[in-house]
Design a binder for this molecule. Structure first.
Ligand code: ATP
Ligand code: MG
Length: 291
């Protein structure tokens, strides 16, 4: 196909050779399949901030600490320079998160380049080498649902241990990739997490807790359609609690059960204890009086 204008500069710079086809035009980006030498890649072109949803803009401004103080001031003032800086920071957030997560062993597309607002990355593919489907486009057996849910909960833990909360994890932002086996057997489907511009720093962000709970609840609700037993699990709060206590690692065995600490919720029990103490005190005073 004819290359869209935003990909023209990448062709001129020799980063890509041809544009094969458009995959999607989503809320934040247009996604294309492109060729670069022998490789077929994925090019994600970010849309302008004005075309993105308000929620994302708010989350973004509240959440992100801009390191450079000139940029921070400009963003706060909403000047033209500020908007440009914010735009660049937003777009590079996805690249940063992809590198960080790939390093941590999370299954994400391998990023190759980020140039003029275009992210070049590995094309996640199905068994035919075509762009992989989203989880939302696939039906699962109960066993498959349980297995993929477990894999993805482990991926969330891995991300959190690397200091990242995805923030928009759902069946629309996870692809089902085909992984050929090395010994000629049939190969397996593995979930690959995509779409990370809104990812936040788990430690330094006020919304990280809420976002993590929502991400994990989305996994539960989606796979719960195929494996209803998942619907009563509580992996989100369990994961966050362990993380906060400094007890979470990639090998942590999770139960899916979560009981809030008794002291925090058992108000009735606490009141009984106070009453007991009062009664005991009153009894002591009475004894003292009677002596
Ligand atoms: N690396 C990739 N390999 C294969 N397909 C991809 C890849 N990245 C994105 N896609 C496809 O493009 C779609 C949009 O990508 P992405 O979710 O990153 O952008 P978006 O603008 O947030 O879109 P949406 O609004 O649909 O969430 C994905 O749902 C997926 O089908
Ligand atoms: Mg998306």
């Amino acid at each position: 196909m004819k290359a869209p204008p935003r990909l023209q500069s990448l062709i001129e710079e020799g980063l890509i050779d041809t544009v094969v086809r458009q995959l999607m035009s989503g809320k934040e980006a247009m996604v294309f399949v492109v060729r670069s030498g022998e490789r077929t890649l994925c090019a994600k072109i970010y849309k302008e901030a004005t075309n993105r949803s308000f929620r994302q803009a708010v989350d973004y401004t509240e959440n992100r600490k801009v390191k450079n103080s000139r940029s921070a001031r400009a963003i706060a003032k909403g000047s033209k320079f500020g908007r440009q800086e914010q735009e660049t920071a937003w777009q590079s957030a996805e690249v940063d998160a992809l590198y960080r997560l790939a390093d941590a062993g999370v299954r994400v597309p391998q990023p190759y380049n980020f140039c003029d607002g275009v992210l070049l990355m590995e094309l996640v593919t199905d068994a035919n080498g075509d762009a992989a489907p989203r989880l939302n486009d696939v039906a699962f057996t109960r066993e498959q649902a349980l297995a993929h849910h477990a894999t993805l909960v482990a991926e969330v833990v891995r991300m959190l241990c690397a200091g990242v909360v995805h923030g928009d994890l759902s069946e629309f932002n996870i692809l089902l990739a085909h992984q050929p086996s090395s010994d000629g057997a049939a190969g397996v489907d593995v979930p690959v997490v995509i779409d990370l511009p809104q990812a936040v720093d788990a430690a330094g962000n006020n919304h990280a807790h809420r976002m993590l709970l929502r991400d994990v609840a989305n996994l539960r609700d989606f796979f719960g359609q195929f494996a209803p037993a998942l619907l009563t699990t509580h992996y989100g709060p369990e994961i966050w609690n362990l993380y906060q206590a400094g007890l979470l690692s990639n090998d942590t065995v999770l139960t899916g059960h979560y009981e809030r600490s008794k002291a925090a919720v058992d108000v009735g029990g606490l009141m009984r204890e106070i009453d007991d103490a009062r009664a005991e005190d009153a009894a002591r005073r009475l004894r003292m009086l009677s002596h």
